[in-house]
Design a protein around this ligand. Structure first.
Ligand code: ADP
Length: 480
């Protein structure tokens, strides 16, 4: 792959700013590509939290982005040798990435239309001419169209890849915001970037990019159906030939129970004593009254997507079956309230911590026996992979990346890496956890299952290799 140059554009990336899996992917893919010799760079907004927590280098580069009648000034900061942050304080110097306690920011269209154009301005300003610009989710949806219109002469050979991390979030804004994009109105049609009278940023990426990607093979098929396509299934069906499902990896250096500083006692495949210590520590933190009972955790956004309503409906049966349950997450008010209410009903058996807490999440991954993931849909999902790395067995709905990364347990041959269920309802979930508890009661089988989970390879190497192949294909197509 001689001299392959890739620019990853994302609205969040670890270790700088994170609300979910997109950040893990953007940050770790950039690192993995560089390990494989690709000249990969990452560009993202400079949020307040980034400015406050990282020592960034001011490159001295400044530019202005036209937005309707106005021009917005921006400057570029860098971190190490491959990350660029776009500074525009009026948009990004706030608490929260996309919203605050009052809800989504009202000017999100302005903020991310600006970001899309600023990504290309940044590449031009730093003198980086990528073979492929890899866009991620709706926040970067206009980049492929800008690349083939306003910036075609600047980057004549650049190909564009649009990765869909979650079809449920599309960046839908009033038609009037079209004026901010600087694009000709002929783009605003049903076969263009209009979606029922609105501007749809994700759709812009889907019709504009040279190739599309999703973060698992099964999700690539699912989003071509009305159940998972969120109204864009027709657009996806038109582009099946350009669609690539590449399952995410996780950063093995970051998520390693042998070295994780957040884990009370480290452990690994042939050194499992530490995991029991972690379970006891977790039990103390959660105040479980029967510390030796099997423990199931949830680490998740508390949203409809994640099937938390179905989980709430199963809790009574699960607690009665002797399970300790710990939930870490934040999200929709109604679900948070329901979790708090359940915790009050089952003290000593059900623990709920509202919020985002990286350290506590590591304790849960390390100290639990199983993780429960009852998602309605799951483009890839990272928590099942992280959990398996920490010897925690997933019990999950068979959808998207969960189906691609978990092999259902087969009790006769004792093969598999978790427990999958098809129907999204309390009885299917309870039944899957029942199957897990049945294996748990046999220490030898459970330990073998745990080992099988830990032996699975979810490192980025395999996935990065697939991305490199795809980038190469796109580069060659452009150059011939
Ligand atoms: P999504 O991106 O849909 O939220 P993923 O499973 O792809 O779901 O990624 C979730 C990521 O966010 C994982 O790294 C998980 O550990 C982390 N995470 C989710 N909720 C929390 C939380 N409340 N505290 C700490 N980490 C969390």
């Amino acid at each position: 792959m001689p001299d392959l140059r890739v620019l990853i554009a994302a609205s969040e990336a670890v270790p700088f700013a994170k609300t979910g899996g997109l950040a893990d992917v953007a940050g770790s893919l950039n690192k993995a590509l560089r390990r494989h010799g690709v000249d990969s760079r990452l560009v993202m907004p400079m949020y307040r939290t980034v400015r406050e927590s990282f020592e960034l280098n001011d490159t001295g580069i400044e530019f202005r982005v036209p937005m309707g009648m106005k021009e917005i000034s921006a400057s570029v900061y860098s971190y190490a040798d491959s990350v660029y942050m776009i500074r525009a304080d009026e948009f990004f110097d706030r608490d929260g990435l996309y919203g605050d306690a009052l809800g989504e920011f009202e000017d999100n269209s302005l903020r991310y239309i600006f970001f899309c154009r600023a990504v290309l301005e940044t590449a031009r300003a730093i003198g980086f001419s990528p073979h492929v610009i890899h866009c991620n989710d709706w926040h970067t949806g206009l980049v492929p169209i800008y690349a083939k219109t306003l910036y075609r002469d600047v980057f004549p050979e650049m190909a564009t890849l649009m990765s869909i991390h979650n079809m449920g979030y599309q960046g839908l804004f009033p038609a009037a915001d079209m004026a901010l994009t600087g694009l000709a109105m002929e783009w605003f049609t049903p076969s263009g970037i209009e979606f029922y009278g609105k501007l749809n940023m994700l759709k812009a990426g889907l019709i504009g990019a040279d190739a599309l990607g999703t973060v698992s093979v099964k999700y690539a098929r699912e989003i071509a159906t009305p159940e998972y396509g969120w109204g864009l299934e027709g657009v996806i069906r038109n582009r099946v030939a350009d669609m690539h499902g590449i399952v995410n990896g996780i950063d093995y250096a970051e998520y390693d129970p042998m070295t994780d500083p957040a884990v009370p006692k480290t452990f690994g495949p042939r050194k499992m004593a530490g995991k029991r210590h972690c379970k006891m520590e977790m039990s103390t933190v959660c105040g479980f009254s029967v510390p030796d009972a099997p423990v199931a955790c949830i680490v998740s956004r508390l949203s409809y997507q994640k099937g938390m309503d179905v989980f709430s409906g199963s809790v009574r049966g699960l607690v009665e079956s002797g399970l300790n349950i710990a939930v870490l997450g934040s999200g929709e008010d109604k679900i948070e309230a329901s979790m708090a209410e359940i915790a009050a009903r089952y003290p000593g058996r059900f623990f709920f911590r509202r919020g985002y807490d990286e350290r506590l999440s590591r304790l849960f991954y390390a100290g639990s026996d199983m993780i429960v993931i009852p998602s309605r849909y799951e483009p890839c999902g990272l928590t099942q992979m992280i959990a398996m790395r920490y010897g925690t067995v997933p019990v999950a709905r068979s959808t998207g990346g969960l189906a691609d990364t978990i092999e259902d347990y087969e009790p006769v041959k004792c093969t598999g890496t978790g427990f999958l269920f098809e129907e999204l309802n309390a009885s299917s979930l309870t039944c899957a956890i029942g199957r897990a508890l049945c294996v748990y009661s046999d220490t030898k089988n459970w330990n073998a299952l745990r080992d099988a989970c830990m032996r699975r390879d979810f490192s980025w190497d395999a996935s990065a290799g697939k991305y490199i192949e795809l980038y190469e294909t796109l580069r060659n197509r452009r150059q011939t």
